[in-house]
Write a protein that binds this ligand. Sequence first.
Ligand code: ADP
Ligand code: MG
Length: 628
Amino acid sequence: MSAAPRSSSGAVPGFVPADVAVPADVPAVVHRPATHDVALGRERARQRRLLRLAAALAVAWVWLVVRAWQGRPQVPVFHVDPLLLTPVLFFVALIALLVGTQVGAGRSPHVLFRPEQVDVTLADVIGIDPIIEDVRRSIELFWTYRQFADLMGGSPRRGLLFEGLPGTGKTMTAKAMAAEAGVPFLYVSATSFQSMYYGATARKIRAYFRALRAAARREGGAIGFIEEIDAIAMRRGGLMSSASSPADLARGATPGPVRHAIISEGTGGVVNELLVQMQSFDTPVGAERFAAQWRELVNLFLPAHRRLRAHPGRRAPILLIAATNRADSLDPALLRPGRFDRRLTFPTPDARGRRALVDHFLARRAHEADLDAPAARDRVAAATNGWTPVMVEHLLDEALVNALRRGAAAMSFADVEHARITELVGIGHPVTYTEGEQRLIATHEAGHAVTAWLVAPRRTLEVLTIVKRGSALGMLAHDDGEEVYTHSSHDLRALVQIAMGGWAAEELFFGDTTTGPASDLAAATRTAAQMVGAAGMAGSLVSFEATGRDVVEAVLADTRARDRLEEVLDEARAVVRRLLAANRDLVEALRDALLERHELVGDEITDALDAALAARLAPAPSPGLRIA
Ligand SMILES: Nc1ncnc2c1ncn2[C@@H]1O[C@H](COP(=O)(O)OP(=O)(O)O)[C@@H](O)[C@H]1O
Ligand SMILES: [Mg+2]
């Protein structure tokens, strides 16, 4: 598609007079990538560059021809006295050092990626389709900025805020956007704006925006990206600083100075600079500024009605994207319309998204045939509920490491499971317990598992272990069998009962309890407090969440709520005691399996329980046989 320069009538490059009728080459439809405004701008810039190169080559050629014609050497030779050269060099080095430090401290810290250098596309961003849809719309708006601004009178979108957990693909999406839009991508990490020189942070910000404007002019558009913007754009200090919206006040936030002001210049100045610069996308640069200065000068001599009018600068299509995982701590002024007014929240992918991610990541990684089965992939997706994409990717990398350790060249499903369990419960520390202690821990964990199996058949039992991991002597890892977003009161009661299982088993088998269940009881108390003080599941409908205080704290401080909490816990204890007393054999079976193997994973737990149940229903013909 040809894209002829729109105006070659000797106008200052970069100027499009406002009163000129809209040229014919503005695309009539919104989506025509080859002729969008950005491509046209880039083509014009390319032709200007070619002209300049041709001119420079012509000058060099003339020089060479003239020198040859005069019969003089092509490169002039100077003779310098070495005695003079040494001091001159010394002073030049000194001045360069002084100036260089100053200039270096105020240089823009960005990294520039050209669209063809970026190796990701929007198609590589998986599992967050609604976000990608929104992003595509932003790109179309970016492409047709001139149509939008000049024909339709809109003010183009300037800022996008990406928020979401680390590893949900914010950086990747921004990069892919630049590649998709075909414009340079100026990546900068907010922390690299900080400097030890006073005022240098603001200077760096100005330099960054200058680079952004220059790149946009040069290439027809540019996308800037500020990583972890919260490092420099926290709420400013001073009056009404930290509670400036009614929502904040309702949440009980009190006005006061910023507590996280770790930047020496005070975040105020930096945020101000950022705000000012975000308004500066249309200010003239380079030749335009030069022309504006001359116009001012000429106007001084002209009568008022004859003065040259300032042309509105050509709008540079610049999109600034900022990423953060703490959008609520950003300065509200940054989020107002015209700045980062569009907020995209990157969620963790749902089961379908994770399945697509597993497919995507496995496509590049060596795996055995068992991982090609859709059922196996579905299981990996189901078992990574709540994980971010980068965690899923890391899981498969860990599985590859496991395969390598085994001496295999490709990972199998078992490697993935192994890696997931390590991710879930940490790496085991080999410690040797005394025999009595080991028995106690095994009984305790078996108590949890049997309770879980009996009261919450829908929960998946993942790992049951008596290998020490972190500070836990043993543990039962279990989770919702499927993706759920709410829990019923029955589910929560079951969680409290599962937490009580260890305590009840110790009491039942040893007649005494230890410090082992302390953390279980804390977990049970927290769950019960949610039921009592937040979810209206234990009689009263009062919610302590409305106070803005910690629910557990509030429930424990209120005598009536505390009584209700005690009731929930007592009831759970009674249920679990009864349950375990009636199923002693199951606890014993699981305990023995644990003592023997130390760690049971997934089906191994349920298999042991099923076997014990079968043995109960059809007792062995004679115990003597087994001994023999
Ligand atoms: N939605 C996704 N689809 C595919 N890969 C992803 C996705 N999100 C994250 N990743 C992987 O995780 C890595 C880190 O993502 P990144 O964009 O840096 O996350 P963030 O900036 O949100 O912290 C990427 O390089 C990519 O390999
Ligand atoms: Mg990032």
